[in-house]
Design a protein around this ligand. Structure first.
Ligand SMILES: Cc1ncc(COP(=O)(O)O)c(C=O)c1O
Length: 384
């Protein structure tokens, strides 16, 4: 037994009261209430077709675990079938399956950009992109959110100061917390002008936008300076991430990417589930259409109530500002049966605490109506 008066944990314990004082202490809560929080946008996580595909694979002898790295015994036919299907669906030269979006972003950014290169990140990109940039070899800069001119200025300045490597622009196509869209056309033009790569994290757009859910990059897929990350744990209802590099970048990744090489491959059952999700996207476009209708309905209702939300997507931020107020508002809505969470810094910038309302096919118009009524009542008297 450890001595009772050990100071072993002091440096951890002292952090927690400070977080609590700042209304930023987090804890894990069980699921409860109508789901306005998850990213299961197309309700595929519990779709019968997904369950049946996994059950059939199990029955046919697919192992639960891959049993090793993809480079060793862990390369299963389920991974290869998924990657072939993904390349076909997304119109890409190749696809490579990772265990999750976080690891995929980290893995790519610590593998492909080289010493002497420049990474230009949208300032609001996901933590995994910041971490990958920090841990990688290239110099990196952040630019104002969704500002192609700032991206261009950064690359131009770097070149003028003697930067000779390759520039990499990294953005989210649909921002995870603001729910707004990246100006992809302009960013592609900048990438082309500077012979740069454009890496697009489609985490929240895959399945929801683009023809049959192929994402917002669908019109540009197949270009050799475009690298897309389609995460599979959100609209695809499963887990993992599909990266779509050109053939040479895929081969380089397989040979040099440490998180790919030195890790057990994702479960082959997950590969089966993701492949099934891709098939569903192609065969049941009505899911995407129903969600688009619900999104339009919700934004119309928000406008009618005079509530303010800046997005036009299935991610509806309700900016509150103050951490404590965001937490209180979320708790009040939870108390009324709606699972809506307060999002606080560092997930969002200081002073921009908010509710992140997520629209999925797990709810219908009536539930949206009731949720917005509750939000209107709880915020009555607040300045908008
Ligand atoms: C924009 C974005 N990229 C990447 C990720 C990480 O993906 P995953 O949850 O599959 O690890 C997330 C998850 O929240 C995200 O929002």
């Amino acid at each position: 037994m450890s001595p009772i008066h050990s100071d072993r944990f002091d440096r951890y314990v002292s952090v927690l009261p400070a977080l609590k004082d700042d209304n930023r202490l987090r804890g894990l809560k069980p699921r409860a209430g109508v789901d306005f929080t998850s990213n299961d946008y197309l309700a595929l996580a519990s779709a019968p077709r997904m369950k049946e595909a996994v059950a059939a694979a199990l029955e046919a002898g697919t192992p639960i675990g891959a049993g090793g790295s993809r480079l060793l015994r862990g390369n299963c036919e389920e991974h290869e079938r998924l990657e072939a299907e993904a390349a076909r669906v997304f119109g890409a030269e190749t696809a490579l399956f990772f265990g999750g979006g976080y690891v995929a972003n980290f893995a790519i950014l610590t593998t492909l950009p080289q010493r002497g290169d420049l990474l230009v990140l949208d300032s609001l990109v996901h933590a995994s992109i910041h971490e990958g940039a920090r841990a990688g070899r290239a110099e990196f800069h952040t630019c104002a959110h969704n500002d192609p001119e700032a991206v261009e200025d950064t690359i131009r300045n770097w070149r003028e100061k003697g930067g000779t490597g390759r520039a990499w622009i990294v953005v989210e196509s649909l921002h995870s917390m603001d729910g707004d869209f990246a100006p992809l056309e302009d960013l592609i033009a900048v990438a082309n002008r500077y012979d740069a790569f454009l890496m697009v994290d489609e985490a929240h757009a895959t399945g929801v936008y683009g023809e049959r859910g192929r994402g917002l990059t669908a019109p540009y897929e197949g270009r050799d300076n475009l690298l897309v990350v389609h995460t599979c744990g959100k609209a695809l209802g499963a887990a993992g991430a599909l990266v779509t590099p050109s053939g040479v970048l895929r081969d380089f990744t397989v040979n040099r990417c440490r998180p790919f090489i030195f890790a057990t491959a994702p479960s082959p059952l997950m590969a089966v589930a993701v492949r099934q999700a891709l098939l569903i996207l192609q065969e049941e476009p009505e899911r995407q259409q129903r969600l688009a209708k619900l999104v339009a309905f919700t934004h119309r209702e928000i406008g009618l109530r005079g509530l303010r939300s800046s997005s036009g997507s299935q991610i509806v931020p309700y900016i509150v500002g103050d951490n404590a107020r965001a937490t209180r508002l979320a708790s009040a809505l939870q108390g009324r049966g709606f699972d809506i969470r307060g999002i606080r810094p560092p997930t969002v910038p200081e002073g921009a605490a908010r509710l992140r309302i997520s629209l999925t096919l797990k709810v219908g118009e009536e539930e949206v109506h009731a949720m917005l009524d509750a939000l209107t009542e709880e915020t009555r008297g607040w300045c908008q």
